[in-house]
Design a protein around this ligand. Structure first.
Ligand SMILES: Cc1cc2nc3c(=O)[nH]c(=O)nc-3n(C[C@H](O)[C@H](O)[C@H](O)COP(=O)(O)OP(=O)(O)OC[C@H]3O[C@@H](n4cnc5c(N)ncnc54)[C@H](O)[C@@H]3O)c2cc1C
Length: 288
């Protein structure tokens, strides 16, 4: 049994583990892949980097760092959490793990529909992060693939710098209230096309749209589903926390992209550190 289980091995989860493990609290991190960082071609806006680093490298460095200070790392997929008053059981696809406290740091899954070319052009015109990549599309024609408020949020990040922003709903009903300044195209997409870089969106009706970039914002993450399973409050699929990263469930904390706000490494690291520190206090109080 662990004192603390951290679900998620991204910047938030690893940062939390550095604080819990170094405080002598028995810590298990459960993660299923390298998360958002694995999609980041390079990171250069985080403190202390003398040169850009790939997201994948940063993620692996973090996991090794947490293990070096005593955290246990389990590579499994969490499918549920049970809460028995003062104890949690985290269920994975392989096992069940008990703990006094749980930190959810599962990021904000960015789901994408299966469209030809979407994976091929990732980092070459297809992006999953407007706040990260808008700078590279100054005065360019971009599109946002999505239909919810998340897509609108991404469009609002892009519009001050881009020449034009078009919503591509891929035949989904537009849920967000899109201002007139944006173009909306509701046609079903057949493929993203180009040579080295994305240049064209081809629709099933044969029409095409010339683009320099497409930002994927298709629905929101599943982190909130885990939280909801044990009655933690969520809003717009983000987990609600107070300033100490506590949810409304005693002993359950959340940190990083899954709490919303700025989807950046720096914010995830801060929230992880805070959640870790608070989880240590919580566990020590229980043991007294
Ligand atoms: C293309 C791209 C470029 C980016 N560029 C930058 C940048 O330049 N600078 C910057 O600061 N930020 C950038 N970001 C954002 C940054 O990657 C995220 O803000 C940051 O990784 C969030 O950290 P996190 O720990 O909250 O979540 P994540 O890094 O997403 O980690 C979540 C972890 O939870 C795990 N997980 C999820 N669900 C489960 C489950 N059910 N069971 C087990 N494990 C689970 C995943 O395996 C993952 O490791 C970029 C993001 C993308 C997608």
């Amino acid at each position: 049994m662990s004192d603390v289980i951290i679900i998620g091995n991204g910047p938030a989860g690893i940062s939390a583990a550095l604080y819990t493990a170094r405080a002598g609290v028995v810590t298990t991190i459960i993660g299923r892949d390298l998360g958002s960082l694995n999609k980041a071609e390079k990171i250069e806006n985080y403190y202390g980097l003398s040169q850009p680093v790939t997201g994948k490298d940063l993620a692996i460095i973090g996991i090794n760092q947490a293990m070096s200070v005593g955290a246990k790392y389990v590579e499994e997929q969490v499918v549920g959490i049970l809460y028995y008053g003062e104890k949690f059981v985290v269920q994975t696809n392989k096992d069940g793990y008990a703990a006094d406290s749980v930190i959810i740091a599962t990021g904000s899954q960015r789901s994408a529909p299966r469209i030809k070319g979407i994976t091929e052009f990732e980092g070459k015109g297809i992006s999953y992060c407007a706040v990260c990549d808008a700078f590279f599309y100054r005065k360019k024609d971009v599109a946002v693939l999505g239909y919810t408020d998340y897509a609108l949020h991404e469009a609002n990040e892009l519009s001050p710098v881009a020449n034009s922003v078009t919503f591509l709903t891929n035949s989904e009903t537009l849920i967000a209230e899109v201002p007139d300044e944006y173009n909306v195209n509701t046609n079903k997409i057949a493929a993203f096309e180009g040579d080295d870089k994305l240049t064209t969106v081809r629709f099933e009706n044969g029409e095409t749209l010339a683009v320099d970039g497409v930002f994927i914002a298709y629905g929101v993450a599943g982190s909130a589903d885990l939280a909801r399973k044990i009655g933690a409050e969520t809003e717009n699929n983000k987990i609600l926390v107070d300033e100490s990263m506590s949810t409304n469930i005693s002993g359950l904390f959340a940190a990083g992209d899954c709490t919303g706000g700025m989807l950046q490494v720096a914010k995830a690291v801060y929230e992880g550190a805070k959640a870790g520190t608070e989880a240590v206090k919580f566990v020590r109080r229980l043991k007294k």
